[in-house]
Design a protein around this ligand. Structure first.
Ligand code: GLN
Length: 317
């Protein structure tokens, strides 16, 4: 891969143009309603933020509005779990795209309770269970939040308790997944404890600006900038990027790789974290989702960004 460094003023223009075009879009998708609290979010919002290697922040739209990061949290949980227990994690979760929806249960029985990858719900519940290990849910959540604050360099990151409660009351399918995996032994804690941590981790609220900051470690080889402090090893950062490219958008992962060509992770709150290795970390958000549960406008905006910058992990110059 060889990606071009683009002057900041050109990037500013591109971000402003895309933000303007997205504001005019009428096809905005539908907000997630299976978590009642998320159904209340105004779909007419959009944000696009880039953080460059120089630490410059280039932003458009509602960059300072908090949203529920939901499944984008799975990337940070994976980095934390790999840092804690390393490759042992891969005994309990795979690294293949599933080709099924994010909350699917079908493969789990055939594959003996081992989820396909850490980004579908079943896999993410296993990752969270590994972080929880034998500690208390409060401690595990504390570790996740501390890690997020370190990655963003911002202590103002918290869990939205109304979203966590809303999902705890309605997350029957996730309860089914966790119980099923507890029987196979891939979930080791009591399912309600692992899910308690998982629902709260998904309910972390962040702005697109904070999300872009939090993704720097994936854009810069495990560091918070080209010469910044280290969050994880370079090798692990590459591995997580590979999983984001192949599995980060569930059964829409192939389409995202085809259209955008960058590692990315989506969440049903409408957020997408994407990175251009060596160049920028990107936080993008718009609450309306496409039929596979990825943000309609954030996916489109990232496609336009990739087209206009020439950025792609498959670029030859
Ligand atoms: N908390 C959500 C769930 O488990 C996360 C799903 C998502 O963002 N795709 O259903």
């Amino acid at each position: 891969m060889k990606t071009r460094t683009i002057p900041a003023d050109r990037l500013r223009r591109i971000v402003a143009e895309i933000t303007e075009e997205m504001a005019a879009e009428t096809e905005r998708g539908a907000v997630a309603d299976y978590i009642p609290q998320l159904a209340k979010v105004d779909p007419n919002q959009f944000a696009l933020v880039l953080v460059t290697g120089d630490g410059e922040v280039i932003e458009g739209g509602d960059a300072a509005t908090r949203f529920s990061i939901q499944s984008v949290s799975k990337v940070f949980a994976l980095a934390l779990a790999l840092g804690k227990i390393g490759a042992q994690l891969w005994r309990r979760v795979g690294r293949e795209p599933s080709g099924d929806p994010f909350n699917s249960i079908v493969q789990l029985e055939y594959e003996k309770g081992i989820p396909r990858n850490p980004f579908i719900n079943a896999g993410a519940i296993v990752v969270t269970d590994a972080i929880l290990a034998k500690s208390k849910p409060k401690e595990a959540l504390g570790q996740i939040l501390t890690f997020m604050r370190f990655l963003t360099g911002d202590n103002d990151i918290a869990i939205d308790p109304a979203v966590a409660k809303s999902e705890t009351e309605t997350g029957f399918r996730n309860f089914a997944l966790a119980n099923f995996m507890r029987d196979f032994g891939t979930v080791t804690n009591a399912p309600e404890l692992a899910l308690g941590v998982y629902f709260h981790q998904c309910a972390i609220a962040m702005t697109a600006r904070q999300l872009a900051m939090a993704g720097r470690f994936l854009a810069f080889g495990g560091r918070l900038g080209p010469d910044g402090p280290r969050a994880i090893s370079e090798r692990k950062a590459r591995q997580i990027n590979a999983l984001m490219l192949t599995c980060g958008h569930y059964d829409g992962s192939g389409e995202f790789a085809y259209r955008v060509g960058l590692p990315g992770k989506s969440g049903v709150g409408g957020g997408i974290l994407s990175v251009v290795p060596g160049q920028v970390s990107i936080g993008c958000w718009s609450p309306g989702l496409n039929p596979v549960g990825n943000s309609q406008l954030a996916s489109r905006a990232l496609e336009l960004l990739a087209q206009r910058t020439g950025w792609s992990v498959f670029a030859h110059r």
